[in-house]
Design a binder for this molecule. Structure first.
Ligand code: DC
Length: 435
């Protein structure tokens, strides 16, 4: 898996220098996509092709080979070092015309994706956060006022002994902004989910620090997510861990604080695949079911529940399956079906959310889907109580529900709705039983 930082922004926003510093500090490969468009422009100009003549440009595209040598910070066009030449005024003045051609963009976007493959990279340009890598791990839009950008270029030119007038630079940047933002393909737009940084009043180092902080936070988040999805192999240590968690939590927490009691526990068979479906009243209920059962109950839980390390440790000891409800979590679905196939006892909250019943929310069809796809029986469970400290909690199990007549109908919406209704009405009955 590669880690991708994408930075877009207008000319002179400092992307280039900032990207290079961050690449070095964070050990990332840096890719300047503007240099690629500049290479094509240089080739076109050298061939004497009018930069407005898109047809002729498209015809010579196959003759162009671009290599960015990151180590030596050099750019090669057909094996020739053109690092300095691509920065000439002539190239700069014509690059927006060339970079507006769809075929040029298709070729270079493909090249950009290719050079980034399987690498940890930081890539800067105009369309990196929107077209090249819309799913980049970190997306930044780096901006600065036109005046500030012209000032920076003016100073840069002075330092390099290049004569230029501030007014001319200002006008040139304005024109480039307009061209960059009004291209039909690959225009510079601010991606909705990109982090916006205005560097007008910031030094390069301040911007670098800001972005590095964002990258570090993202890496930390990825690491936590990876840990959530990492499954420990079965063995004596895991069994011991689960037994300890169950005993400890029952003796020191669930019994003294909630006087937790299981009713009709015998309705949970000692072996074989079953799905326990319960009402969801509190974040402590899944673990209560896990700890009060002799069999390992593998709950399907929101992956955010794993963010708390101590809680995650307990959940993981029971092979709890993390699920990301904001996306179609294929990984979770695979684990659930695999678990049922190997005879696991699964736990699902059909309500999806806590206190869904109280809020009058329609239960989700997830539990029904797995029951119909796997042909496994559902054990309804009514959780009585609110998990307010020192109030009673009762876990009332129902008889297993057999949905074999619906087996294989997991794609039939009516069948799913019907089964969900049956499961939920059984749960509701159990939440009232013996009251
Ligand atoms: O970042 P730069 O000034 O070197 O970019 C040169 C030109 O290339 C600029 O006018 C915009 C264009 N460009 C682009 O269209 N898409 C990119 N991803 C990068 C640059």
């Amino acid at each position: 898996m590669s880690f991708i930082v994408a930075i877009d922004g207008p000319a002179g926003s400092g992307k280039g220098s900032i990207t290079k510093i961050i690449a070095e500090k964070m050990n990332l490969s840096s890719i300047d996509t503007g240099a690629m468009y500049r290479c094509v422009t240089l080739y076109v100009l050298r061939k004497g092709i009018d930069p407005k003549d898109s047809k002729s440009i498209i015809d010579v595209l196959d003759e162009i080979d671009i290599v960015l040598d990151e180590e030596n910070k050099k750019v090669f066009l057909n094996k020739e070092d053109v690092t300095n030449e691509i920065r000439s005024i002539e190239v700069t003045n014509n690059v927006s015309l060339v970079s507006a051609i769809k075929e040029v963009r298709i070729k270079l976007v493909e090249l950009q994706r290719k050079v980034a493959k399987d690498k940890d990279i930081i890539m800067e340009g105009r369309d990196i956060t929107t077209v090249v890598f819309p799913n980049a791990d970190v997306k930044i839009y780096l901006d600065a006022s036109v005046e500030e950008r012209a000032k920076r270029r003016f100073k840069q030119n002075q330092e390099n002994g290049i004569e230029s007038s501030f007014e001319e630079l200002l006008e040139s940047i304005k024109t480039r902004d307009y061209n960059d933002m009004h291209k039909e393909f690959g225009a510079l737009v601010r991606a909705e989910d990109a982090i916006y940084i205005d560097s007008s009043d910031l030094t390069i180092n301040q911007v670098v620090d800001k972005i590095i902080k964002i990258i570090k936070e993202k890496k930390k988040e990825i690491k936590i997510n990876e840990d959530v999805y990492k499954e420990k192999p079965d063995g004596w240590f895991k069994t011991l861990q689960l037994n300890l968690v169950r005993k400890f939590m029952m003796i020191f927490f669930y019994i003294p604080v909630y006087r937790i009691k299981s009713v009709h526990k015998e309705r949970v068979p000692k072996e074989g695949a079953y799905i326990i479906c319960a009402n969801h009243v509190n974040m402590l209920d899944a673990l209560a079911v896990v700890c009060s059962n002799k069999r390992k109950v593998r709950f399907v839980c929101k992956h955010s529940m794993f963010k708390n390390k101590k809680f995650a440790w307990a959940l993981k000891s029971a092979d709890t399956i993390p699920i990301d409800r904001d996306k179609n979590d294929i990984e979770a679905m695979k684990r659930i079906l695999k678990g049922l196939k190997q005879g696991d006892l699964l736990g699902i909250f059909p309500e999806g959310t806590r206190k869904g019943m109280e809020k009058n929310m329609k239960a989700k069809n997830g539990a029904a889907f797995f029951a119909l796809k796997s042909g496994v029986k559902v054990i309804p469970l009514g959780i009585q109580g609110s998990f307010k400290p020192f109030t009673k909690v009762r876990l009332v199990y129902g008889e297993p529900l057999d949905f074999s007549e619906y087996h294989g109908k997991e794609k039939d919406k009516d069948a799913l709705d019907e089964v969900t209704d049956i499961i939920m009405s059984n749960i509701v009955k159990l939440t009232n039983e013996g009251k």
